[in-house]
Each structure stands twice: as C-alpha cells, then as structure tokens.
Write a protein that binds this ligand. Structure first.
Ligand code: ZN
Length: 192
C-alpha cells in the first residue's frame, strides 16, 4: 500500500523517534508499505517519521543511485557498493573519513536540493528486518543515504545544515511546502 509522505512543517519530522520491539503491530506490512512508497515516490531511502510514525525505522536502496549515474559521474563512484536494507533502532557507532558535499533532496521537502557535507564513512549498529543485531560499516553514497535517513529518526532535516542566509532564502519555498502549495507526482499530506 502506498502511504502518503508528510511534508515539511509536520511535527513528527522534528521528533526524536522511539525504538521498537519485534512485537510492533503489523511490522512486516509496514516495512513492505515503506518499500512500496519509497519506490513509487522515486526515493532512495524512506524513514518512518516521513509516513507519520515516530519510530526508529528506515529503509535504504542506495544501489538505485549507482545504477543511474550519468556517464561523467561513473568514475567518481567507481567501485562503490549499494545496499538494500531495513534499519531498525539504528545508532551511529562512529563517523569516519573526510566530509564531502552532495546535492541532497528529500521526499518531505519537494523541489529543493542543496549541497550537504557528510562524513565519508559511518559505522552503524542496528537490527535488520528479522531483528538480528548487526554492526556494519558503510561508505560513500550508501553512507550518505543512511546518514540522511538516520537524521530523520533524530528529528533532523538536510536543510538544518545550510548556512543561515541560504536557509533564509529558502524560507518562502519552505512555507509554500508547508501550506501544500507544491506540485508532486507522489502522495503527500500537508500539515493542517
Ligand atoms: Zn529525507
């Protein structure tokens, strides 16, 4: 089932999400719906707060980015590996390597893309979809997507990283998004 994605300005996007247990109601269905919603919306990751659930759950398919690189980008991402994975109750263990910029967007903040600096590598502990505990190291574009989604379960958004002036310049666009004055080709729900 395709779920509506909550827009910028919806309070759940600013909450620190809560961990869940394996007893969380209809979790398998929820995860399946999140995948379906993410692909339908042409996203490469989706966090539960974006579908109005304040829980520490996100899904990532970073291989999609690597499969759709422009010719001139292929060299830059050569040798990188994507993941398709469900992350439950994730915690960052360590951030490593230099920071690098990438032009990010967010399904909850349509039509805005900005360069954001993030670490090259993240060591993450989490539970997989079957609640097996894992600790794994992710780098490059995969770390990028994971860190963006991880921010969502911490109540953070990519625009929080912008310099104050840049953020101010986006003010009216952000206002329009909150009011629903934006056209998207996926299902969205706007704050009342
Ligand atoms: Zn996002």
């Amino acid at each position: 089932m395709i779920l509506p994605i909550v827009a910028y300005g919806t309070p759940v996007l600013r909450k620190i999400a809560e961990p869940i247990t394996a007893e969380y109601p209809d979790l398998k269905k929820l995860i399946a719906d999140m995948w379906e919603t993410m692909y339908y919306s042409h996203g490469v990751g989706l966090a539960a707060p974006q579908i109005n659930k304040p829980i520490r759950l996100f899904v990532v398919d970073s291989q999609q980015i690597l499969d759709n690189l422009e010719e001139d980008e292929k060299k830059e991402y050569h040798g990188q590996e994507g993941v398709k994975e469900v992350f439950i109750n994730a915690q960052i263990v360590a951030l490593e390597g230099d920071t690098w910029a990438y032009n990010e967007g967010c399904l909850s903040i349509p039509k805005i893309r900005e360069d954001v600096f993030r670490h090259q590598t993240v060591v993450l502990s989490y539970l997989d979809k079957d609640f097996n505990p894992k600790t794994a190291t992710f780098s490059g574009i995969t770390a990028r997507v994971i860190l963006h989604e991880y921010d969502h379960i911490e109540g953070k958004l990519f625009i929080d990283y912008l310099k104050p002036l840049r953020r101010k310049l986006l003010g009216s666009k952000l206002n329009d998004i909150t009011k629903g004055k934006v056209k998207v080709d996926y299902k969205m729900v706007f704050p009342k």
